[in-house]
Write a protein of this length. Structure first.
Length: 181
Protein backbone atom coordinates (compact mmCIF):
# COMPACT_ATOMS: atom_id res chain seq x y z
CA UNK A 1 0.00 0.00 0.00
CA UNK A 2 1.22 3.49 -0.78
CA UNK A 3 0.65 6.53 1.41
CA UNK A 4 0.66 10.01 -0.10
CA UNK A 5 1.78 13.21 1.60
CA UNK A 6 -0.34 14.06 4.63
CA UNK A 7 -1.95 10.62 4.88
CA UNK A 8 -1.96 8.36 7.93
CA UNK A 9 -2.17 4.67 8.67
CA UNK A 10 -2.87 2.22 11.46
CA UNK A 11 -1.01 -1.10 11.51
CA UNK A 12 -2.71 -3.57 13.82
CA UNK A 13 -0.87 -5.50 16.52
CA UNK A 14 0.89 -8.62 15.30
CA UNK A 15 0.91 -7.58 11.63
CA UNK A 16 4.24 -8.20 9.94
CA UNK A 17 5.16 -5.13 7.93
CA UNK A 18 7.90 -2.79 6.84
CA UNK A 19 7.98 0.71 5.40
CA UNK A 20 10.17 2.40 2.84
CA UNK A 21 10.05 5.53 0.72
CA UNK A 22 8.93 4.74 -2.83
CA UNK A 23 10.86 7.68 -4.23
CA UNK A 24 14.21 8.06 -2.49
CA UNK A 25 14.71 11.67 -3.59
CA UNK A 26 11.59 13.18 -2.01
CA UNK A 27 12.78 13.60 1.57
CA UNK A 28 9.96 11.47 2.96
CA UNK A 29 9.33 11.77 6.70
CA UNK A 30 7.44 9.03 8.52
CA UNK A 31 6.20 9.64 12.04
CA UNK A 32 5.08 6.68 14.18
CA UNK A 33 3.43 6.13 17.53
CA UNK A 34 4.37 2.64 18.69
CA UNK A 35 2.62 1.55 21.86
CA UNK A 36 1.12 -1.46 23.54
CA UNK A 37 -2.68 -1.62 23.38
CA UNK A 38 -2.68 -1.97 27.18
CA UNK A 39 -2.02 1.80 27.23
CA UNK A 40 -5.71 2.22 26.39
CA UNK A 41 -7.14 -0.54 28.57
CA UNK A 42 -8.79 -0.36 31.91
CA UNK A 43 -7.34 -3.70 33.02
CA UNK A 44 -10.07 -6.31 32.94
CA UNK A 45 -12.68 -3.66 32.23
CA UNK A 46 -15.19 -2.70 29.59
CA UNK A 47 -12.83 -0.68 27.38
CA UNK A 48 -10.45 -3.62 27.03
CA UNK A 49 -13.29 -6.05 26.42
CA UNK A 50 -15.37 -3.95 24.02
CA UNK A 51 -12.89 -1.71 22.16
CA UNK A 52 -9.28 -2.84 22.48
CA UNK A 53 -9.18 -6.65 22.29
CA UNK A 54 -11.73 -7.00 19.46
CA UNK A 55 -9.62 -4.78 17.20
CA UNK A 56 -6.26 -6.27 18.21
CA UNK A 57 -7.56 -9.81 17.71
CA UNK A 58 -9.36 -9.13 14.42
CA UNK A 59 -7.41 -11.08 11.81
CA UNK A 60 -9.19 -9.26 8.99
CA UNK A 61 -7.87 -5.89 10.13
CA UNK A 62 -4.23 -5.49 9.22
CA UNK A 63 -3.93 -1.96 7.91
CA UNK A 64 -6.25 1.04 7.92
CA UNK A 65 -5.55 4.27 6.08
CA UNK A 66 -6.75 7.86 6.08
CA UNK A 67 -6.16 9.82 2.88
CA UNK A 68 -5.32 13.54 2.76
CA UNK A 69 -7.49 13.96 -0.34
CA UNK A 70 -10.60 12.58 1.37
CA UNK A 71 -12.85 15.11 3.19
CA UNK A 72 -14.27 12.43 5.53
CA UNK A 73 -10.72 11.63 6.73
CA UNK A 74 -9.83 15.26 7.57
CA UNK A 75 -10.80 15.06 11.26
CA UNK A 76 -8.78 11.88 11.81
CA UNK A 77 -5.77 13.40 10.05
CA UNK A 78 -6.05 16.48 12.28
CA UNK A 79 -5.87 14.20 15.34
CA UNK A 80 -2.79 12.41 13.97
CA UNK A 81 -1.14 15.76 13.21
CA UNK A 82 -1.95 17.13 16.66
CA UNK A 83 -0.56 14.00 18.33
CA UNK A 84 2.80 14.52 16.62
CA UNK A 85 2.89 18.23 17.42
CA UNK A 86 2.72 17.61 21.17
CA UNK A 87 6.08 17.92 22.87
CA UNK A 88 7.27 16.62 26.21
CA UNK A 89 8.41 20.19 26.88
CA UNK A 90 4.71 21.13 27.00
CA UNK A 91 4.67 20.25 30.68
CA UNK A 92 3.47 17.64 33.10
CA UNK A 93 0.31 16.85 31.14
CA UNK A 94 2.10 15.83 27.92
CA UNK A 95 1.60 12.07 28.43
CA UNK A 96 -2.03 12.50 29.46
CA UNK A 97 -2.81 14.64 26.41
CA UNK A 98 -1.00 12.22 24.09
CA UNK A 99 -2.87 9.27 25.59
CA UNK A 100 -6.18 11.11 25.08
CA UNK A 101 -5.35 11.77 21.41
CA UNK A 102 -4.24 8.17 20.85
CA UNK A 103 -7.48 7.00 22.50
CA UNK A 104 -9.49 9.16 20.11
CA UNK A 105 -7.51 7.84 17.14
CA UNK A 106 -8.10 4.28 18.40
CA UNK A 107 -11.85 4.96 18.58
CA UNK A 108 -11.78 6.16 14.95
CA UNK A 109 -9.76 3.10 13.92
CA UNK A 110 -12.24 0.85 15.74
CA UNK A 111 -15.18 2.39 13.90
CA UNK A 112 -13.36 2.26 10.55
CA UNK A 113 -12.44 -1.40 11.15
CA UNK A 114 -15.88 -2.52 12.36
CA UNK A 115 -17.02 -3.74 8.90
CA UNK A 116 -13.79 -5.77 8.58
CA UNK A 117 -14.05 -7.43 11.98
CA UNK A 118 -15.59 -10.84 11.55
CA UNK A 119 -17.22 -13.12 14.04
CA UNK A 120 -16.50 -16.73 14.75
CA UNK A 121 -13.28 -18.75 14.72
CA UNK A 122 -11.89 -17.33 11.46
CA UNK A 123 -11.77 -13.87 13.02
CA UNK A 124 -9.39 -14.91 15.81
CA UNK A 125 -5.78 -16.14 15.82
CA UNK A 126 -5.26 -19.85 15.21
CA UNK A 127 -2.79 -22.02 17.12
CA UNK A 128 -0.50 -21.74 14.08
CA UNK A 129 -0.75 -17.93 14.21
CA UNK A 130 0.19 -17.96 17.90
CA UNK A 131 3.12 -20.34 17.31
CA UNK A 132 4.41 -18.10 14.55
CA UNK A 133 4.09 -15.05 16.78
CA UNK A 134 6.28 -16.81 19.37
CA UNK A 135 8.94 -17.56 16.76
CA UNK A 136 8.81 -14.03 15.38
CA UNK A 137 9.04 -12.54 18.88
CA UNK A 138 12.04 -14.78 19.61
CA UNK A 139 13.80 -13.49 16.49
CA UNK A 140 13.10 -9.88 17.45
CA UNK A 141 14.42 -10.43 20.98
CA UNK A 142 17.55 -12.39 19.95
CA UNK A 143 18.43 -11.15 16.45
CA UNK A 144 21.78 -9.75 17.63
CA UNK A 145 22.82 -13.19 18.89
CA UNK A 146 23.90 -16.22 16.87
CA UNK A 147 20.59 -18.05 16.47
CA UNK A 148 19.68 -20.87 14.13
CA UNK A 149 16.47 -22.21 12.68
CA UNK A 150 16.35 -24.94 15.35
CA UNK A 151 16.45 -22.25 18.08
CA UNK A 152 13.68 -20.30 16.36
CA UNK A 153 11.52 -23.40 15.94
CA UNK A 154 12.05 -24.40 19.58
CA UNK A 155 10.86 -20.96 20.70
CA UNK A 156 7.55 -21.63 18.94
CA UNK A 157 7.33 -25.24 20.15
CA UNK A 158 7.30 -26.45 16.55
CA UNK A 159 9.45 -28.45 14.14
CA UNK A 160 12.05 -26.84 11.90
CA UNK A 161 10.02 -27.96 8.89
CA UNK A 162 6.89 -26.19 10.18
CA UNK A 163 9.04 -23.18 11.09
CA UNK A 164 10.25 -22.89 7.47
CA UNK A 165 6.71 -23.34 6.14
CA UNK A 166 5.25 -20.77 8.54
CA UNK A 167 7.85 -18.12 7.75
CA UNK A 168 7.26 -18.63 4.01
CA UNK A 169 3.48 -18.37 4.49
CA UNK A 170 3.48 -15.38 6.85
CA UNK A 171 6.37 -13.21 5.64
CA UNK A 172 7.34 -14.68 2.26
CA UNK A 173 10.86 -15.71 3.25
CA UNK A 174 12.64 -18.35 5.30
CA UNK A 175 13.56 -17.81 8.96
CA UNK A 176 17.29 -17.29 8.26
CA UNK A 177 16.56 -14.62 5.64
CA UNK A 178 14.10 -12.96 8.04
CA UNK A 179 16.85 -12.75 10.69
CA UNK A 180 19.26 -11.18 8.17
CA UNK A 181 16.73 -8.60 7.00
Amino acid sequence: MSFGAGSAGFVNAGVYHMTRATDEGTGTVQLCHIFRPSLLEDVGGRIAERCVRPLVEARGVELLSWDAGSPQDAWALDLFRESFELRSADGATYEMRLCALISEIWALAFEKARPLMGDGPAAHPTHRDLRFEKTRDFVHEHYAEAIGVADIAAAGCTSTRDCFRSFKDYVGMGPAQYVRE
